[in-house]
Design a protein around this ligand. Sequence first.
Ligand SMILES: [Zn+2]
Length: 107
Amino acid sequence: MKAKLHNRFLNILGEKVKIIESDLQGALLGAYLYRERVIQIEKKEIHTPDKMSTLIHEMVHAVFARSGVTQAISNELEEIICENIATMITENFDLKFKNARVRSNKR
Ligand SMILES: [Zn+2]
């Protein structure tokens, strides 16, 4: 499955967060922009499971920002938690979007 992420919206604890695939200049695979409520994912073709792992990593940042956890822990600890949750989920599940459109060959 090739995950189409661009312009999708996520529900993060009741808050609408947009996914944008963009050129992050090779420095990062993803970023969460708190003020804009946007998750950026590197648009260059990367392996889909890696992309989903990056997405989950950024979603955990969004959950932490939304819930106030970001204020309570260090950046380093937040990164470790985000990365390990993303790894744990992607090594156990094949992920697809809940609201993914079902394509049919029939018309
Ligand atoms: Zn991070």
